[in-house]
Design a binder for this molecule. Structure first.
Ligand code: A3P
Length: 304
């Protein structure tokens, strides 16, 4: 890979959780806000593929699937580097020596597989100008909230989540990095009618991963054999990715992601919210959910 992140690069480095700034009302890492002009000006290539999601919807899973489809099921090529080096995260800005998403993208030749958590209204316009294909993955809000809470606990690249009760309120009001789950899933839902956006659901992938992999393959204009599709499925199961250092973020230094606090590949199920939500939180949640989602035509499943 073009950039190295060996432990010696970080000797003496003290990791601090980031401050949040704001772009058009959306809370983002202050470092992203500071370079916002460059990010907005990102020049996509028509052959680039963008994988987009609200945090914790299963984007890493989708990235691995897309990489496998692009390499015609070449598992070795998909082990060429960790997820975060293979697929530039366009709005990511980390302390040196870690390259920014833009630097990483610039170091690669199209077609690139790019990643974003940006809400649709903040997407660099060149993706639309170039008519790029976008794969959006959405996950039900309850499981997204639980997964994001644990991720913020273990990932020092994000703000401290506080306790579960406090986090519950912050998530519902959108006072978290990348903003409101509601705005995100609804904004991209609308965009799919105007652009080349394949809107997928985490719950559908859990229910029938082979079906969803085939759907992504067709959207990307590929026609792979049943044998290759099976290889892609086997390579992207929860267990296979949990054991794959190039997909499980274990290569990220532990002072950034402390997997002893909570593993990146945590549970990978639908319905873990039932182990976290109190009865009264569930009532509060359902009221807010109804207020925001009723009549919008976007249906999520919170259990299978
Ligand atoms: P949990 O925390 O609920 O386990 P993202 O990649 O967007 O950060 O999302 C991470 C979530 O997707 C985590 O959810 C993780 O376990 C789950 N995930 C990642 N790969 C998966 C796979 N192959 N199958 C099922 N779930 C997966």
């Amino acid at each position: 890979m073009a950039f190295e992140r060996n432990a010696e690069h970080f000797v003496g480095y003290v990791m601090q959780r980031p401050f949040l700034g704001c772009v058009s009302g959306v809370p983002l890492d202050q470092r992203t806000c500071d370079t916002w002009g460059d990010i907005l000006n990102f020049q996509a290539h028509p052959e680039d593929i963008l994988v987009a999601a609200y945090p914790k919807a299963g984007i890493t899973w989708m990235q691995e699937i897309v990489d496998m489809i692009y390499t015609d099921g070449d598992t070795e090529r998909c082990r060429r580097g960790p997820t975060y080096d293979r697929h530039p995260f366009i709005e990511a800005v980390a302390p040196k020596p870690v390259p920014s998403g833009l630097q990483l993208a610039d170091s690669m030749k199209p077609p690139r597989i790019l990643k974003t958590h940006l809400p649709v209204q903040l997407l660099p316009p060149s993706f639309w100008v170039q008519d790029c294909k976008v794969i959006y993955i959405a996950r039900n809000a309850k499981d997204s909230m639980v997964s994001y809470f644990h991720f913020q606990r273990m990932n020092k690249g994000l703000p401290d989540p506080g306790n579960w009760e406090a986090y519950f309120s912050k998530f519902l009001t959108g006072d978290v990095q990348w903003g409101s789950w509601f705005d995100h899933v609804l904004g991209w839902w609308k965009a799919k009618d105007q652009h080349q956006v394949l809107y997928t659901f985490y719950e559908d992938m859990i229910e029938d991963p082979r079906r969803e992999i085939s759907k992504v393959m067709r959207f990307l204009g590929k026609d792979l054999s049943e044998e290759v599709l099976e290889k892609i499925y086997q390579h992207t199961t929860f267990q296979a990715m949990k054991e794959n250092p190039m997909a499980n973020y274990s290569t990220m230094p532990s002072f950034v992601m402390d997997q002893s606090v909570s593993p990146f590949m945590r549970k990978g199920i639908v319905g873990d919210w039932k182990n976290h939500f109190t009865v009264s939180q569930n009532i509060t949640f359902e009221e807010e959910y109804k207020r925001r989602m009723e009549g919008r035509g976007l249906i999520f499943r919170t259990q299978l």
